[in-house]
Design a protein around this ligand. Structure first.
Ligand code: BGC
Length: 754
């Protein structure tokens, strides 16, 4: 029956077939188009092409566009997507969580799920049903502008955290009013573009993709993530959007993905204009559809290109129908066809956005994400100083504090491009409210986080208000003056949004502007100095770290940053975050990710060692933990078993604290070079002062396999060393060797064979 698609009691596949049968070619291809812009733009697009998706429309803007789609012949509703990456940051007044890299430092899937759920709820009440998150690129080069959007450098951790965030967004039932579809991006290898340059070529082998960059997507899709976004870059010289092997052989054939694939912003057009891989948009559009991309984000000429190619037989009807079926499937699953409320913003918006429960969750997320990098014992501040000088460019800076993809970031267009002041607790605000009744707080900015002459990506306007980079009053001299008057100096330093994100790759990763000079001048005052880093990603801090008694990395902490940092400095909460991206000593040391591979000359540089300044997994606490008695349940294992790793952890200090117990494994001898260690499990525990806990971590033997250079997943029999400790640093790990007795080869699909 033609109207069967409207009947919610029919199975989804039946409804899809009924709808496909009723659609004209134009209506089908129209579903593959994603629009952006004003309601007027949308009206024209809908009139001309019909459209399947729309991005960055919210509130009344969204409602107007949706009404327009409902009035078309078949009334197929539009799926609205939004970059709600760490909270609903592009909505004015939303609860903004720490950025993804920050959140990963809590090593807490439970927390990520909560963040996802809250974000989904705030997004839904403003209208959209789809978030372009989680970001599953693996962090490699710290110069890359988007490194702070990742979960860091480890593929296993990123997979678990990405899966949890996806669970939060999608909930148990995608049809639920507050559930949104998630989007795993940017498929694939985007974190490893050459030299950290955004969107250039990712020169990686299929073996590297299979081992290091694809498993995180596989994990999150296995969790049920319903959409995938292609990357801007080329892989093997082929744009991701037209990469047949990635999109068809891996995603569809091997992983059986039945959601849909959306391109990144105009990647079909870019394959012509910027990558010079196709002669024209028509050719690129046809290649994208043949390869397995299904919705094109904003490329002009895509609709006409696909239609023409289809008419000429360059794309077959089955391919188009399968693509449209995938798009419609997600729309049905989200409940767009059946629940009018799911199509529009919801009336309860005011009660939900930035409500106290969401703020509380944001506060908890920040305290769990901050990483104490150094501490000579000055922290926590048990006796409160009479006067505290708070200085530095990020002490009272909304943009730096909220981080990328929040209002003020280049991607959003707003008449008034700043979050409401009263909805952001800056570090200065937080210190004033926590310490202000007993200590006098003085404040001077001192300098900017970047020089006014620094050039930011010219395809985005710097959205910060005019005057943003004016020299602060009194400059460094004023900061030094108030420091001289005080008993303690808290310098809040870091980067700012113009140095972060798309197009904002950096060639120098020391703190920008005159921040190093500021620290040198503060050091001369002889006053105890605490550095709070409000940074999007690791920096090179060799020139300043020696001046500080303690360094707390707060990342881009979001709305509640100030309250959380104050609670940590005061010792009301014990820091527990651990790094998920290693911090190099110098830029030339890169890459310093912990899962390096061995080799004769790879152990040092002429001028310095090869070890990072702060390794993956590093993070201090106000208490100390002792590890002992590492055991495994057996000495030898078969391929289908799991190792039960046990270790005793004691809180040897006088303060309760949380510890992240990390388990790494090394394949002792492998027929193809193996990493020196790889994270295979972790446990986050809470211990009272003096308490001991036996921690158990389960490591499936199957997780010790790898993809070899024939593209087959293999597990080689032999010895494996289990290492457990508080960070990835060798000196801190207990170790024990076990044996795997049976080898296993799991041949991948044909398309995977190299
Ligand atoms: C980014 C994506 C984002 C999309 C939509 C692109 O420029 O690379 O991550 O989801 O824009 O805003």
């Amino acid at each position: 029956m033609p109207d069967d698609y409207k009947n919610s009691s029919q199975p989804i596949e039946r409804r899809i077939s009924a709808l496909l049968a009723a659609m004209t070619p134009e209506e089908k291809v129209g579903q593959m188009v994603m629009g952006a812009g004003s309601p007027e733009c949308a009206r024209q697009l809908i009139h001309k092409n019909f459209i399947g998706g729309y991005l960055h429309a919210m509130g009344e803007h969204l409602a107007e566009i949706q009404r327009c789609a409902e009035a078309t012949r078949l009334g197929i509703p539009i799926l609205f997507g939004i970059d709600a990456i760490h909270g609903h940051g592009l909505w004015k007044g939303a609860t903004i969580f720490p950025t993804q890299l920050a959140l990963s430092c809590a090593w807490s899937p439970e927390m990520l799920e909560r963040v996802g759920r809250i974000t989904a709820k705030e997004v839904r009440v403003t209208g959209p049903q789809w978030v372009f998150s989680p970001q599953l690129d693996i962090g490699r080069d710290i110069r890359w502008g988007r490194l702070g959007e990742t979960f860091g450098e480890d593929v296993f951790l990123a997979g678990e955290l990405g899966a949890a965030l996806c669970r939060g967004y999608q909930g148990n039932d995608l049809r639920h009013l507050y559930s949104v579809a998630a989007c795993a991006k940017h498929f694939a290898g985007y974190g490893d573009t050459v030299g950290g340059r955004d969107s250039t070529d990712s020169e990686v082998s299929r073996k590297k993709l299979l081992n290091d960059y694809l498993p995180v997507f596989e994990r999150v899709l296995a969790e049920g993530c319903r959409t995938v976004m292609t990357g801007y870059q080329t892989v093997e010289g082929i744009p991701c959007t037209t990469h047949h092997w990635l999109l068809r052989d891996v995603l569809r054939e091997q992983w059986k993905f039945d959601g849909f694939v959306v391109t990144d912003w105009d990647t079909v057009g870019r394959a012509v204009r910027e990558q010079f891989v196709f002669q024209n948009v028509g050719e690129a559009s046809a290649a994208a559809i043949r390869a397995g991309s299904e919705m094109s984000m904003v490329t002009e000429g895509f609709f006409e290109g696909v239609l023409a190619a289809w008419r000429k037989g360059e794309i077959d009807t089955d391919t188009v129908d399968a693509a449209v079926a995938n798009l419609l499937r997600v729309k049905f699953e989200v409940g767009l066809f059946d629940d009018p409320k799911k199509r529009y913003p919801l009336p309860e918006r005011e009660e939900i956005v930035y409500c106290s429960a969401h703020r509380k969750a944001a506060f908890e997320a920040v305290v769990a994400s901050c990483v104490l990098l150094e501490n000579n014992g000055i922290l926590p501040l048990r006796t409160l100083p009479k006067k505290i000088a708070v200085v530095g460019p990020n002490a009272d800076d909304l943009f730096a504090q909220l981080g990328g993809w929040s209002i003020g970031a280049p991607q959003g267009e707003f008449a008034d491009p700043v979050q409401p002041r009263e909805r952001v607790v800056t570090i200065l605000d937080g210190l004033r409210s926590a310490f202000g009744s007993q200590s006098e707080i003085l404040y001077a900015k001192g300098c900017n986080a970047m020089h006014g002459t620094d050039k930011v990506a010219d395809f985005f306007l710097p959205h910060q208000p005019v005057g943003y980079l004016d020299e602060p009053e009194g400059g460094i001299g004023e900061a030094v003056r108030i420091a001289g008057e005080s008993d303690l100096v808290v310098a809040v330093l870091g980067d700012t949004q113009s140095q972060v994100g798309e197009g904002n790759d950096r060639s120098d990763m020391r703190l920008g502007g005159d921040q190093e000079a500021l620290v040198a001048a503060l050091q001369k005052t002889g006053k105890p100095l605490i550095l709070v880093l409000v940074v999007s990603k690791p920096h090179i801090i060799e020139n300043i770290r020696g001046a500080a008694s303690a360094i707390l990395c707060a990342w881009n902490p979001g709305s509640e940053g100030g309250h959380a940092v104050a609670a940590l400095l005061k010792g009301e909460i014990n820091p527990s975050g651990k790094l998920t991206q290693s911090w190099p000593r110098s830029l030339g040391q890169q890459p310093v990710h912990y899962d390096q591979k061995p080799g004769w000359h790879a152990t040092r540089f002429v001028s310095e060692c090869a070890e990072p300044r702060y390794p993956f997994g590093h993070g201090l606490s106000y208490t100390s933990f002792a590890y002992s008695d590492l055991q495994t349940d057996k000495e030898t294992y078969g391929a289908d078993e799991s190792i039960r790793v046990r270790v005793s952890v004691k809180n040897t200090g006088e303060t309760a604290g949380d510890e992240i117990v990390q388990c790494y494994v090394r394949d002792v001898v492998r027929s193809e070079l193996a990493p020196l260690k790889q994270l295979k499990g972790w446990a986050k525990i809470s211990l009272a002062a003096g308490e001991t806990q036996e921690v158990c971590i389960s490591v499936p033997i199957s997780s010790l396999g790898f993809y070899n250079c024939d593209g087959a997943r293999v597990l080689e029999a032999g010895e494996f060393t289990i290492m457990v400790g508080p960070s990835s640093e060798n000196g801190q790990l207990l170790s024990k060797t076990i044996a795997v007795t049976t080898a296993a080869t799991h041949k991948t699909t044909e398309g995977n064979t190299l």
